[in-house]
Every structure is written in structure tokens, then in C-alpha cells.
Design a protein around this ligand. Structure first.
Ligand SMILES: [Zn+2]
Length: 155
């Protein structure tokens, strides 16, 4: 996503955990502990991948996107479909996304990535477009018929 920023990648940590599992330093039960909530989030909101589970190799991994931020109010901490994130990124100034990979067979789960999304990263021109689309959608009319929009007072 274009407004994605402050990306933190956890693949090194994942590799370290998997190494310890393969060495027998960590039991698979310790890493295959996805909660019922996480598993149902994977089922209903998850993004399928082509990556095999590194533990059981029976199933492909599913990515679950959790959103956090003050502007989300009661939605904070919820899992959202990947397709919903660009819409939220246009309407909210800033929110945090945590991406967790889950295996629905063995319950392996690991945080893979976190990043920020939101309008704060958009340029003034992009914001004008977003406002125009939002305003014409709200008015239910073609954007040409929509009167002038308030300018983004930008940074
Ligand atoms: Zn698995």
C-alpha cells in the first residue's frame, strides 16, 4: 500500500524461533498456540497466502491484519480484511497495523510485520482526490457537480 510507513519486519525473529523449534529448544506446543479468537479471525478476515506452514507443512499460512489507534475507538484491536485497509487509510489520520501469520491446521502463529497507515502520509494533491471522491460519493452525484472542497491546510 502506498501510504504504508514505519514498516517493522519481524522475519528475523521468526527465523530465530523456527531455528529453535527445529533444534528442539522450543516445543511446537509453545509456538502453535493461536487463540480461538486468532483462529476465527484468520477464518473470517484472513488473507490466504501461498506459503506453507513452516511447522506442520499441511496448510498454507493465513495473514491476519489487526488495527490499533485512538481514532478507531471501539474498533481498535479488531481484525480487518486487507481490502478494508485502504478505505480506512483514506478516512483516518493514522493507525497501526499488525500482521500476524496463522496456520489454521496446527495453530502456529507469529507477528510478521507492523506498519502505520493513514491520511497523514498523503500529499495535498492526493488528499484533494480523496476528498473529491468522498464528497461526490456522499452527495451521490458526479464529482463535476460538487462545489469546491475545503483545501487541505497541509504541512
Ligand atoms: Zn501448521
Amino acid at each position: 500500500m502506498r501510504t504504508q510507513r514505519q514498516v517493522v519486519d519481524y522475519s528475523l525473529q521468526k527465523r530465530a524461533v523456527l531455528r529453535d523449534v527445529h533444534n528442539g529448544k522450543i516445543g511446537t506446543l509453545e509456538v502453535c498456540d493461536a487463540s480461538p479468537y486468532l483462529k476465527s479471525a484468520a477464518r473470517f478476515h484472513g488473507e490466504p497466502t501461498d506459503d506453507r506452514c513452516p511447522i506442520c507443512r499441511r496448510d498454507n499460512l493465513t495473514l491476519v491484519h489487526y488495527i490499533y489507534g485512538d481514532e478507531l475507538k471501539q474498533s481498535a484491536g479488531q481484525a480487518r480484511k486487507l481490502a478494508e485497509l485502504p478505505v480506512l487509510a483514506m478516512t483516518l489520520r493514522e493507525f497501526q497495523v499488525f500482521v500476524v501469520e496463522v496456520c489454521q491446521s496446527c495453530a502456529w502463529n507469529h507477528l510478521t510485520q507492523q506498519y502505520l497507515l493513514g491520511r497523514d502520509a498523503l500529499t495535498a494533491d492526493e488528499l484533494d482526490q480523496v476528498e473529491a471522491v468522498a464528497a461526490s460519493a456522499a452527495a451521490g452525484r458526479h464529482r463535476d457537480s460538487v462545489p469546491s472542497f475545503p483545501r487541505w491546510d497541509g504541512r
